[in-house]
Design a protein around this ligand. Structure first.
Ligand code: GDP
Ligand code: MG
Length: 276
């Protein structure tokens, strides 16, 4: 099932409108407002549910920090990295994605911009083997240090097997030129990236759709010839009136980037036995 978009087709606002109208027929209201896709088969509610369930069954180990004094760790499994300005919500999002499996004391996230000083690695998988690594990259922009920026450059040039980078954007702040520079840096290191608007709970509904459009616009103009386009909007706080969470969409995308089928993995005893 193709939602919209052909190779080389340029993007315009009417495309986005089509995606919305298509999505709202096919998916739940919440899903259509937490992700926009172009040229990608959508997960459907079963796919989203399976991704959610698999994440809740993962075994997670925090692998410690890299602080510029040693070699960048390399992993045989796919690595997914989270970039963003300081305070964009990277550590909180990773902790929330892994909340079912990660001890409280190992969760991060702070009100102080630049508080994640090192690169942190979280290995996730079944009871027997790691399947992928989620990487929390120190923030750039306000409150960051030259050391942290050097770490980002080192990470990009030396890491192998980074199959996807998510660039987190505080949805109230929007895209800044530094985010665009990081996207370019990822491109020049041949690392695929997706944009994720965070803190959607702090926005009114109409603003949420504006943010999604802004992110999609940048994504498409950055890669006009790329067939697949996908952007997200997430919130770790779900209230009665502002129901966006977008986490299951992101989980689905992460698994897809790693080539993991949640449906198959859930039939594997390695995951069935895992502690919830
Ligand atoms: N309202 C709201 N606050 C969030 C959300 N995600 C993160 N935050 C807050 O944003 C601040 C910065 O988050 P953090 O994860 O430390 O950002 P980082 O510097 O990118 O790692 C913290 O006070 C978080 O509680 C969200 O979805 N909604
Ligand atoms: Mg952090």
């Amino acid at each position: 099932m193709r939602i919209i978009g052909r190779r080389g087709k340029s993007y315009n606002n009417s495309c986005v409108k089509n995606i919305f109208s298509y999505s709202s027929r096919s998916y739940s209201k919440e899903v259509s407002r937490s992700a926009l896709r172009q040229g990608i088969d959508g997960p459907g509610s079963i796919g989203l549910g399976e991704a959610r369930k698999l994440f809740s069954l993962l075994h997670v180990t925090k692998l410690g920090h890299f602080d510029n004094t040693g070699d960048i760790p390399q992993f045989a499994v796919p690595q997914i990295a989270f970039f963003g300005r300081t305070n964009a919500g990277k550590s909180t999002l990773i902790s929330t994605l892994l909340a079912n499996s990660l001890p409280k004391r190992q969760r991060e996230g702070s009100k102080t911009p630049g508080s994640t000083r090192d690169i942190a690695f979280y290995s996730a998988g079944g009871s027997r083997a790691s399947k992928f690594v989620l990487t929390d990259i120190p923030g750039y922009g306000y409150g960051s240090t030259p050391d942290q920026r050097e770490m980002i450059v080192q990470f990009l040039s030396k890491s192998l097997n980074v199959l996807m980078a998510y660039i987190l954007i505080d949805a109230r702040v929007g895209l800044k030129s530094v985010d665009m520079q990081v996207a370019k840096l990822l491109d020049s290191n041949a690392i695929r990236w997706r944009l994720v608007g965070t803190k959607a709970d702090r926005l009114k509904e109409v603003d949420r759709s504006t943010v999604l459009h802004e992110l999609m616009n940048f994504s498409v103009t950055s890669h006009p010839h790329l067939q697949e386009q996908e952007v997200f909007l997430t919130s770790i706080k779900i209230t009665k009136t502002k129901k966006v969470s977008g986490l299951d969409e992101l989980e689905w995308s992460i698994l897809r980037s790693c080539g993991i089928s949640a449906n198959e993995a859930l039939r594997n005893p390695e995951f069935k036995r895992a502690k919830i």
